[in-house]
Design a binder for this molecule. Structure first.
Ligand code: NAP
Length: 502
């Protein structure tokens, strides 16, 4: 890492197919969380004026993009997916440098973007509606999807390529145009993504990128009446505010919010497998995944043994910069995230028994980064603060319970409902759990993380508002349904009247 500051490159906004400076002339820095002396770049602090220009550009581009046959739109998505595959390593390294996740996970993040680009490219030739028999003779009945208009896309930093792609790809293949505001902790990843989209051939104005603060840029997107649909991923607090504002304007809104995901380990579980699954889910991406496991609900006969095995394996995890391939756990994203983890660890010391961790990372190579040691608390009550709040860091609570029913009550006794998992060798119990978890994702004999792009992704309760990303379900956020009837009988036929007796 550089000792002396090197002049960081300045990046621009992308509006109507051109890279431009923001109106204000102000910029902000994106820094490497593993070494804050390393400035990744300087980014435009976008304003409401920039957002207004981007929305106008998206609106202008809409008629031609809507009129482009969906399979042709899909071909551009396909080219974009192929370009991402070509640049996968470069994107992954840029991601690790900018937001900290270890390189293997960054490669996975890019791959998820590639997968959704290819899946949605195919939707250009599917985008199924229903064709159904009419209840009347000589009449045709079908439904088609149509684009909603200009889509506002607001994303977090923890999956800085995958999550934007999860939103951009379905929005664009269905014929919407987009204004995209990435997290201020990952503007470089977003810029690289949009550069490749430009190269892939998305016409000017179909994709517009505005970097800048949530309050300034995000609000301007949400409040603008010409933005017809908002797709947001981030914290429940921010999502709630957006929902209130978008609700007043009756805007279509998809929210993917926080999680407090549980792994249930029953007395008949394969404990080695459970430990592997828990470690990967709890400390991968330094606990900063929406699907991260932050609660282990342990059946009492195996709880102590499980904690002992988790402790040994957690102590062996290597903490350090994610660009070092030998590192298991990278830094937290920024100083505020470390402060938040510290606050919860202080609460945890009162609510449970500290097993390992509980301190900032220190030592050679960690001096200039936002490092925190993977932390485990045992003997935590189901309703304790650290078992209820989303900490979004490497802090795991082990909650002891007696048997399946108590485990399921504890698992569901949170306001979130994204992912849950159960370790058991009993097939009957596994099926009961698939039924009983109040979450959008359920795993059996694996951790809580890892979604495949062709199934719907999203959560129950405070995790969202009922929409889903990925899979065919992703199209629902970005399309209006239109039911189309063609009556070729040559006479007036009245549904529900002319084909009924009396
Ligand atoms: P965040 O603070 O809510 O920010 C998310 C995005 O919203 C950022 O681009 C942010 O911009 C923007 N924003 C902030 N205030 C805004 C406002 N008033 N109006 C419009 N936009 C605004 O969340 P985060 O810290 O980036 O991400 C972590 C959270 O995301 C966690 O809660 C995690 O569980 C959740 N998450 C959920 C899923 C899921 O699929 N359910 C997936 C990943 C992450 P700035 O960066 O400029 O502030």
């Amino acid at each position: 890492m550089p000792e002396a500051p090197v002049e960081a490159p300045t990046f621009r906004l992308f509006i109507a197919g051109r890279w431009v400076d923001g109106v204000s002339g102000e910029t902000f820095d994106s820094v490497n969380p593993a070494d804050i002396r390393d400035v990744v770049g300087r980014f435009q602090a976008g304003t409401a004026a920039d957002v207004a220009m981007a929305i106008r550009a998206a609106d202008d581009a809409l008629p031609a993009w809507k009129a482009t046959p969906a399979p042709k739109r899909g071909e551009i998505l396909y080219r974009f997916g192929a370009l991402m595959a070509e640049h996968k390593e470069r994107l992954a390294r840029a991601m690790t440098r900018e937001m900290g996740k270890v390189l293997a996970e960054a490669r996975g993040d890019v791959q998820e973007g590639i997968d959704i680009a290819f899946l949605m490219a195919g939707e250009g030739r599917r985008m199924f509606g229903d064709t159904v028999p009419s209840e009347l003779p000589d009449k045709w009945a079908m439904s088609i999807r149509q684009p909603i208009g200009v889509a506002g896309i607001v994303t977090p930093w923890n999956f800085p390529i995958a999550i934007p792609c999860w939103k951009l790809m379905p929005a664009l293949v269905t014929g919407n145009t987009v204004v995209f505001k990435p997290s201020s902790d990952s503007p470089h990843c977003a810029t690289l993504l949009v550069e490749l989209m430009d190269e892939a051939g998305f016409p000017p104005g179909t994709i517009n990128l505005i970097t800048g603060g949530g309050a300034e840029v995000g609000d301007a997107i949400v409040e603008n009446p010409d933005v017809n649909v908002i797709s947001f991923t981030g914290s429940s607090a921010t999502g709630r505010g957006i929902a209130e504002r978008a609700g007043r304007r009756l805007k279509r809104l998809s929210l993917e919010l926080g999680g407090k995901n549980a792994v249930v380990v029953l007395r008949d579980a394969d404990l080695d497998l459970a430990v592997d699954g828990i470690l990967w889910s709890a400390f991968g991406t330094t606990g900063q995944r929406c699907t991260a496991c932050s609660r282990v609900i342990a059946d009492r006969p195996v709880a102590d043994e499980l904690v002992a095995r988790l402790e040994a394996r957690t102590r062996a995890l290597r903490l350090g910069p994610g660009l070092d391939e030998a590192v298991d756990v990278g830094p937290l994203v920024n100083a505020a995230a470390v402060d938040k983890v510290e606050r919860y660890v202080a609460i945890g010391r009162r609510e449970g028994d500290l097993v390992t961790g509980g301190e900032r990372g220190s030592g050679v190579g960690l001096e200039h980064g936002h490092f925190y040691r993977p932390t485990i608390f045992a003997g935590v009550a189901p309703m304790a603060t650290i078992a209820q709040d989303e900490i979004f860091g490497p802090v795991l609570s082990v909650v002891p319970v007696d048997g399946y029913d108590e485990a399921m009550t504890a698992a569901n006794q949170v306001r979130y409902g994204l992912s849950a998992s159960i370790f058991t060798r009993d097939v009957t119990t596994a099926f009961r759990a698939m039924r009983d978890f109040e979450t959008g994702i359920v795993y059996v004999n694996a951790g809580t993380t890892g979604a495949e792009t062709h199934l719907p992704f999203g959560g129950w309760k405070d995790t969202g508002n009922g929409h889903r990303e990925a899979g065919h379900a992703a199209l629902d956020t970005f399309t209006e349904w239109k039911a189309v009837y063609v009556d070729y009988s040559g006479r007036l036929q009245r549904a529900q009247i002319d084909n009924q007796p009396g």
